[in-house]
Design a protein around this ligand. Structure first.
Ligand code: 6A9
Length: 773
């Protein structure tokens, strides 16, 4: 594990906030990837106001994945001078990591390159070089500083337990405190602390260990390299000499893949100057946020009776058990997970339903990577078919979560968005196979890139390389089939878990024709929250009831069924496909028979009133849209059901705003109340689904013309409003946001939220208008 820390040392202010991990409240005016390709490299910048530094890290790696390099470039802001940078490398598990410079030259600082040599089971033999770079001696007047010959780099090493390597900053701070203390012991408490105490830590940490810190200090602008190479003949080494050529190549790869993945449409394509950097940053930070996590997860396996939620006022008893559950939870694992994260500074871990959205743009850009991530998630399905909603693996991930939120419960669900992605994969594959012959398909892609790109030669070589493109699964149907066959049994288990554990009880009241099995209820609901639905505080029936049925959940399970059916058909599992088909039909019927409220002209949750009668619980907003969002409304119902949905979407007294569709109707009594998280604010994940469904139903040949024209009108305006509002906020603040204010459009809640907010790039690539005739 390697990392970088930095701080300004003109005075001792910077010391208090040594920059290491990203934190939401840091005074940084924007930071992150400008361009990033996970197979070739990219550029990351930090506009660090607090540490008075403009920092850039250029990153390259080879296609084989064995070697990488980082060029660290810094420019102190006006009035600032000296910066110190600490690079660290720690080895977890078996193996070794050692300094290879001559030991006798180390104690007083190292003036040239620094080299670590290592070996581990997974990496084989490797080395890490931290180049000398530009390193000038500070013109300090301090007499003690003058007695030091030069600002040499420092190397320190010690043993750190595996689980603590991530705490590099704390380790460094401890060392620094020791040096400061030693200084005061030697001199006097009243002498002003000279800078070299911090930049030339005492050589008391020279034991051979698995953990190494290398500190370089610079006056003015600086530049140096960190180069990691496996000692294998398989791939040429990455060096300071070939760094620039590799970076150019990485940026070419990024541009070529980006242009072909997201072919922007008007009005955005007409103004790439305005939208170009914006969209590249959004996407680069999504894909640059992909992380590998490893460690134990906290799970409450007590299966307390209260978790059955079958008693009246069940949430009270459940709350008691949940409180105990926090302490009764046991560690499970270790698990590993490759995943995107909703937000690097604030939610740096995987969330189940976020992932299905976050992978949509990644599927376009690098399909192989999205399949690898998907597989990594599905590998977490346990023997009951459950996946924990929030993946908090290991102590580092856990350190970012208050204790009461760390425990996962095996009866809790979260929307199965990853199944939606699976449908997208099948569609994309079929499009690649059917529409065009394979070769023609690639020629066309090539052609598109030629049109955009000056570097034709590079573009050509990139497009001859499916590995670099991440399209090997499209090139080989066998590969895709065997991938899907491998995950199919777990997926089926997962699907059955959903239907079994979230089953609702359908009461035998007077409805025409409902299918008794298909009604569902989210577990884990309280009067104020339904966290498992993903829509946290969105209002439901005022008092939870065991006879409640949730319209968003039946829709999710309907989509999941359809997706399983498509998969079974693709793999030629005929019987399964038939079974799924029957369930799908029953669900579509029950969505209409159980959940459509003809008086409100909306889909609603159901609850049971004080007389034991079934009753609608209607709160118009995202929840009432779900049958539409997941395309589960039969086209025959255009006039009766789809038209009123358009009316709901386009009415400014209900869901319409100039910035996107708000989560809860302005006319609902809970609009804007309490936490006001999903009670009005605009969320990009659901807006993306709305835009896509407007397109789906609006282009449906069997829909009425009246409907299609109205859908087209809303589609066109909504698409532009969404993109422009995210763009405006990005211009103004330097950030993408978790949600947007429905009255002002202002970004709010968590900033640097590049999970589903980056779906904006998908929206830019959708057609400006839909086909109405
Ligand atoms: C709180 C506090 C440093 C809430 O994006 C992740 C989820 C969504 O899945 C969900 O739909 N977010 C949305 O309603 C954020 C959830 C964070 C919960 C953990 C810990 C962090 O303290």
């Amino acid at each position: 594990m390697t990392g970088l820390m930095w701080f300004n040392i003109d005075d001792y202010q910077g010391l208090n906030k040594i920059r290491h991990s990203c934190d939401m409240n840091d005074e940084i005016k924007g930071y992150g990837w400008e361009k990033y390709d996970p197979r070739a490299g990219g550029i990351q910048t930090f506009h660090d106001t607090e540490q008075k530094l403009e920092l850039t890290t250029e990153f390259v790696k080879n296609a084989e994945g064995t070697n990488w390099g980082i060029r660290v470039k810094g420019v102190p802001k006006a009035g600032a001078k000296s910066t110190t940078i600490v690079f660290y490398a720690g080895l977890e598990g078996e193996g070794k990591l050692e300094l290879e410079n001559k030991q006798d030259k180390v104690d007083s600082g190292i003036s040239g390159d620094i080299k670590l040599g290592g070996r581990s089971k997974r990496l084989g033999a490797f080395d890490i070089v931290v180049s000398k770079g530009d390193n000038k001696y500070p013109k300090s007047n301090h007499v003690l500083a003058k007695s030091r010959p030069a600002h040499k780099a420092r190397h320190l090493s010690l043993n750190v337990p595996d689980d603590n390597v991530w705490m590099a900053r704390d380790v460094f701070v401890t060392m620094m405190q020791d040096s400061i203390q030693k200084y005061y012991e030697q001199y006097s408490e009243d002498t002003e602390l000279p800078p070299w105490v911090i930049t030339s830590l005492e050589p008391i940490y020279q034991m051979k260990g698995n953990f190494h810190l290398i500190q370089r200090t610079f006056d003015g602008p600086f530049e140096f390299d960190i180069l990691f190479n496996q000692r294998t003949k398989k791939a040429p080494r990455i060096s300071s000499a070939n760094f620039n050529a590799r970076l150019d190549h990485a940026l070419d790869v990024f541009e070529a893949k980006f242009e072909s993945a997201f072919a922007f449409q008007p009005p955005f394509s007409d103004n790439l100057k305005k939208y170009g950097n914006f969209s590249k940053e959004l996407f680069s930070n999504l894909i640059g946020g992909v992380g590998y996590f490893q460690g134990n997860s906290m799970v409450d396996r007590t299966y307390s009776d209260a978790y059955e939620e079958d008693e009246e006022r069940f949430w009270e008893a459940a709350a008691d058990s949940l409180k105990k559950g926090i302490d009764l939870a046991t560690e499970e694992g270790p698990f590993e997970l490759l995943t995107t994260v909703p937000s690097r500074p604030f939610f740096p871990r995987g969330f189940y339903w976020d992932e299905g959205f976050n992978l949509i743009p990644i599927l376009e850009y690098d399909a192989d990577l999205s399949l690898e991530i998907l597989k990594s998630w599905f590998a977490l399905i346990d023997e009951d078919g459950w996946i924990a909603r929030e993946q908090i693996l290991g102590p580092e991930a856990r350190s970012k979560v208050p204790k009461e939120f760390t425990t996962q419960y095996p009866h809790y669900a979260n929307p199965p968005t990853l199944m939606l992605l699976l449908t997208g994969i099948l569609e994309k594959f079929k499009a690649a196979q059917n529409d065009l012959s394979e070769e023609a398909f690639y020629n066309q892609e090539k052609q598109q890139v030629f049109e955009f790109e000056a570097g034709v030669a590079t573009a050509e070589s990139i497009f001859d390389n499916p590995t670099l493109l991440g399209t090997t699964h499209w090139k080989s149907p066998e590969l895709l089939k065997s991938y899907l066959k491998e995950i199919y049994p777990e997926l089926k288990l997962h699907y059955e878990w959903f239907r079994r554990t979230q089953k609702g009880s359908i009461r035998d009241w007077d409805r025409e024709a409902f299918s008794p099995r298909e009604g569902y209820r989210w577990r884990g609901r309280t009067p104020s929250h339904c966290l498992t639905s993903g829509l946290d505080d969105y209002p439901r029936a005022d008092i939870p009831h065991t006879g409640e049925l949730h319209v968003d959940l039946i829709s999710w399970i309907g989509m999941m069924t359809r997706s399983m059916k498509q998969l079974a058909e693709f793999l030629d599992y005929k019987e399964d496909a038939e079974d799924f088909g029957e369930i799908e039909t029953a669900i579509v019927r029950n969505i209409a028979d159980l959940h459509w409220n003809p008086d409100e002209k909306a889909y609603c949750d159901l609850t049971v009133n004080e007389f034991g009668e079934s009753e609608f619980a209607c709160h118009k907003g995202y929840v009432s849209l779900f049958p539409f969002l997941l395309n589960l409304i039969p086209i025959e119902d255009t006039t009766e059901k789809l038209m009123p949905i358009l009316e709901l979407l386009s009415n400014p007294d209900e869901l319409w705003t100039e910035y996107g569709i708000r989560s809860l109707s302005k006319s609902d009594k809970y609009y804007g109340t309490a936490e006001n998280y999903w009670r009005g604010p605009i969320w990009m994940n659901i807006n993306y689904m709305i835009v896509k469904s407007l397109q789906y139903y609006g282009e449906h040949p069997e829909a009425t013309l009246e409907f299609r024209l109205e859908a087209a009108r809303i589609y066109k305006a909504l698409r532009v409003n969404l993109v422009n509002n995210v763009h405006k906020n990005w211009e103004e603040t330097g950030f993408a946001w978790e949600q947007y204010n429905p009255e002002t459009g202002k970004g709010q809640s968590v900033k640097h939220f590049l999970g589903w907010t980056s779906l904006t790039v998908m929206i830019m690539a959708l057609p400006e208008t839909i086909q109405t005739i």
